[in-house]
Design a binder for this molecule. Structure first.
Ligand SMILES: *[C@@H]1O[C@H](CO)[C@@H](O)[C@H](O)[C@H]1NC(C)=O
Length: 498
């Protein structure tokens, strides 16, 4: 604690607050972090401890990923080496504040999660690669059904106490389900009433509130309402966001709250709302409970998606000046995109996708009508079968950094997942279709290439009983079986039959 204070005072004396990390800045401003979560980097200049824990599929062991240096970017190479040849999940997001407010797999609440015990899933570790100042790091890619939580917290705001928070997010990854949140929620995983939450929300849900345009928007989840401003309705000063990296801030104190945001890669914060609490009963005073959630609503509503890179919660209502310094520090961290593929494909190529599982390696990914399956194909097969097993690589319909596979014999139709089974469907141009039809290409777990679903990066194209799925390495479905998983998700890409 002493060294942190010294850092803050030293920087205050020179006035160069931008050099300090976010939690040094909040500390200096008199509103210290009580939770600090970042898989991408340390959020204190002096922090050298673990940022997150990985759990790998091959043997179930875990490892901690730390910054490369004090206050630095995460050691992504350590993740790549630990996860080589297997799958990895982010099992803990550590709290850097010293209060042990770590984020763990969210447990069942009013709503159940998809795992075998009704809890939420953990995030796949490879879904959100980025660079910070040119150094690779991984964010937390939240698919529907994924969530993190801590109900046994220390130091977060309760009752009507003041607090602040920010989250750096992928502004292009969202949906309109409830609720991609980061912040203060119920300790019971259930809805205990208006004013029992105060969290950053990001997405284009319009059930309670909205901003200008068609979204997505930064809003505050105050429980039983996503608020873009004072009322529960539209606040046209809350803009639609199109930034790839976005800083969203929410803060509250007795009968006052604010919503502020900015491009996280440049520029300064704008205030979308600052004023009184909603007049609907229950929000003034607030009844905060202090649990911390990521990717879900307070009652464990888990239909939303989004990407979280870093965020904190503070004790006390941060000043606008403090928040401006934090935003400057985020910009200086230089978040940037990097390849989503470790084994890129060539867009426009016509390919075949060959099974490698011993005993099945005369089979290729093919389709029979709408069913995506594997079939035995060879140079002497009928032209129609050859065409069924031939795919054109297209730019990913849901994310241009990955790929979509268009059927050679049914142009305009693509491989997509639906209830985790692969299907061949015509592109209907919906956001859901495009995302379901987008796959990224990684170095094969055993050989060749392994394809993760863009929208569910913990799930990979797999053949099981000669049918195509997106499967996790162990899970609730028979096709998630860990037995044979690595072989079943390893395919050899070759030139097409037709
Ligand atoms: C959210 O955005 C998507 C993509 O533009 C759109 O299809 C969907 O209807 C929107 N949802 C709402 C509630 O506006």
């Amino acid at each position: 604690m002493r060294s942190r204070t010294n850092i803050a005072l030293g920087l205050a004396a020179t006035g160069s607050l931008v050099a300090a990390a976010p939690c040094d800045i909040y500390q200096n401003g008199g509103t210290p972090c009580v939770a600090a979560h970042g898989t991408t980097r340390a959020l204190y200049d002096s922090y050298t401890g673990p940022l997150y824990q990985l759990k790998r599929g091959s043997d179930g062991t875990t490892t901690d990923i730390s910054p490369l240096s004090a206050g630095g970017v995460a050691n992504a190479a350590a993740q790549d080496s630990f996860c080589k040849g297997t799958t990895c999940l982010i099992s803990i997001i550590y709290d850097q504040s010293g209060r042990a407010n770590h984020l763990y797999q969210a447990q069942k609440g009013a709503f159940s999660g998809p795992d075998v015990n009704g809890n939420d899933n953990l995030a796949g570790a490879i879904g959100a690669p980025v660079t910070l100042n040119g150094k690779k790091a991984y964010g937390v890619f939240i698919s529907p059904g994924t969530g993190y939580r801590n109900d046994e917290v220390s130091g977060t705001a309760t009752g009507n106490e003041p607090e602040g928070m920010y989250a750096v997010l992928d502004g292009t990854h969202y949906n309109d389900a409830c609720c991609f949140d980061y912040g203060n929620a119920e300790i019971s995983n259930t809805d205990t009433g208006n004013g029992h939450m105060e969290a950053v929300y990001y997405g284009n849900n319009t059930i309670w509130g909205s901003g200008s345009g068609s979204g997505p928007w930064l809003m505050a989840d105050l429980e039983n309402g996503l608020f873009s401003g004072q009322g529960t309705k539209q606040n046209t000063a809350d803009p639609s966001i199109s930034n790839r990296f976005f800083t969203g801030m929410v803060k509250g104190e007795p009968n006052q709250w604010a919503l502020r945001g900015s491009n996280a890669a440049s520029g300064s914060l704008s205030t979308y709302y600052s004023g009184a609490r909603p007049t609907v009963g229950g929000y003034n005073p607030m009844s905060l409970e202090g649990a911390i959630i990521l990717g879900i609503g307070g009652d464990n509503s888990n239909g939303a998606q989004g990407t979280f890179y870093e965020g904190v919660m503070t004790s006390g209502y941060p000043s606008d000046a403090t928040e401006a310094s934090v935003q400057a520090n985020i910009v200086a961290a230089k978040y940037a995109t990097t390849s989503l593929n470790t084994a890129p494909l060539t867009v426009g190529n016509k390919i075949s996708i060959k099974v490698t599982t011993p005993g099945y390696d005369t089979r290729y990914l093919a389709h029979t009508g709408a069913t995506v399956n594997t079939q035995v194909v060879s140079s002497s097969s009928a032209t129609s079968l050859k065409q069924q097993a031939s795919w054109t690589v297209r730019t990913g319909l849901g994310n241009s950094g990955c790929y979509s596979f268009e059927s050679v014999d049914t142009p305009g139709s693509f491989i997509r997942h639906y209830n985790f089974q692969l299907q061949l469907n015509a592109n209907d141009n919906t956001k859901a279709f495009k995302e379901d039809a987008t796959f990224c290409s990684q170095t094969g777990l055993v050989t060749g290439n392994t394809f993760n679903s863009w929208s569910y990066p913990a799930k990979f194209i797999r053949h099981y009983n000669n049918v195509g799925y997106i499967a996790s390495n162990g899970g609730v479905h028979d096709f998630d079986s860990a037995t044979g998983f690595n072989n079943d998700v390893s395919f050899v890409v070759g030139s097409s039959f037709a």
